[in-house]
Design a protein. Structure first.
Ligand SMILES: [Zn+2]
Length: 383
């Protein structure tokens, strides 16, 4: 099939299109940089004397659904002053790269949602390029200092339940480290690998005894903060246990799970009717809301009082699931209240769960855990 000559807007900064052709299975674009001068890397002076042209083939992101090949004509300049010969910079691709930054960013982004193989196939690039682009996109810049506020939590990687522990810089909202396992030993090893462990002021965590002991061992100066969402989840879990086995219309269950302040007037009335016939359920719902209410406290003192009342009410409720939740929170009382010294939660880590999803999906592509561990450490290494 004959190629069509087409006009194409490349929209790559600094580049001008010299010509382009559309083929059945690809688009070819010829381009060069538009600047007429270059700065000599040796003496810093400007030159316009072109010593030589040479073409380089690069891959770019798809246009109109077709892969794009870029023939980039690059110049070698000769400095008029010191006579150095040098190749012009290539900001659209980066040094020594055979793909445009735009393509690598696109590939990295898509690799969050689809498998490495699918993305490689779609763009007609190698799987290793997809992996490298992905790592490039997520790499932690060196300029960041050691983490001061960190979040620590367990996550499941493989379906039978291989558990991992992750560590997150809560200010920069980036992963810092990950380790297979969630025993105290695993967590201690990970914390010991922190660049400046003595700088950590607070650690936000799930209510996991192994993590608490690991932090007390390795970071004795750090305050431990029980993650707000895990604390509130205890109330929801206890409520679900009370509800289990009761015949309920699905909509009532949904109303009970939602925060009271988010219910419309009519929804409140429906919920009140449902609860009126079932005092135990009404108590459970009220306790769930009361626990959420602890987090509306303005001061440490207020929070301590509200938590104290909740613990008493939960124990006196006659509901075993709430008595158990109260037992847990009694053991974590100090850490729960530390939230009023360090108002941090693990939910601050924006996109964290997306990344975990990605890690999980990618885990299936690896033959064993140690390869996967290397990938993750590569991804989240602390410089
Ligand atoms: Zn020079």
């Amino acid at each position: 099939m004959q190629p069509d000559s087409i006009t194409i807007a490349l929209r790559l900064p600094g580049l001008v299109v010299l010509g382009s052709k559309e083929w059945e299975n690809r688009i070819e674009v010829v381009a060069r940089y538009s600047n007429e001068e270059a700065v000599c890397p040796r003496c810093g002076r400007t030159t316009w004397q072109v010593h030589q042209w040479h073409g380089q083939r690069k891959r770019d992101a798809r246009i109109w659904g077709k892969p794009v090949w870029l023939l980039l004509w690059k110049r070698r300049f000769r400095c008029r002053i010191c006579r150095k010969v040098f190749t012009e910079l290539d900001p659209a691709c980066g040094r020594w790269r055979r793909t445009t930054r735009r393509l690598r960013q696109k590939v990295a982004h898509q690799a969050n949602e689809a498998s490495v193989r699918a993305v490689a196939h779609w763009h007609g690039v190698s799987e290793s390029l997809v992996q490298r682009s992905w790592l490039e996109a997520w790499r932690r810049p060196v300029r960041w200092g050691p983490p001061i506020f960190v979040g620590m939590d367990g996550f499941c990687v493989r379906r039978p339940g291989q558990m991992w522990t992750g560590l997150w810089d809560l200010r920069e909202r980036v992963p810092v480290a990950a380790v297979a396992g969630q025993r105290q030993r695993d967590a201690e090893g990970m914390l010991e690998g922190l660049p400046r462990p003595e700088k950590v002021q607070a650690v936000v965590m799930d209510l996991a005894e192994a993590y608490r002991q690991a932090v007390q061992m390795v970071l004795p100066q750090a305050a431990i903060v029980a993650d707000k969402f895990h604390v509130i989840a205890l109330g929801h879990q206890a409520l679900r246990e009370v509800r289990a086995g009761r015949r309920q219309r699905g909509s009532t269950a949904a109303l009970m799970d939602r925060g009271a302040e988010r219910l419309s007037h009519q929804e409140r009335q429906r919920l009140a009717q449902a609860l009126a016939t079932d005092p135990r359920l009404a108590t459970a719902w009220a306790l769930k809301e009361q626990l959420r209410g602890v987090y509306r406290s303005q001061t440490y003192q207020e929070a301590a009082e509200r938590l104290g009342s909740w613990l008493q009410a939960a124990k006196a409720s006659g509901l075993p699931s709430f008595a158990r939740a109260a037992g847990s929170l009694q053991r974590w009382r100090e850490e729960v209240l530390n939230y009023w010294h360090f108002p941090l939660t693990n939910a601050l880590v924006e996109g964290k769960h997306n990344r975990l999803k990605v890690l999980k999906r990618r885990a299936y592509g690896y033959r064993n855990d140690s390869t996967f561990l290397l990938r993750i450490l590569n991804l989240v290494h602390t410089d």
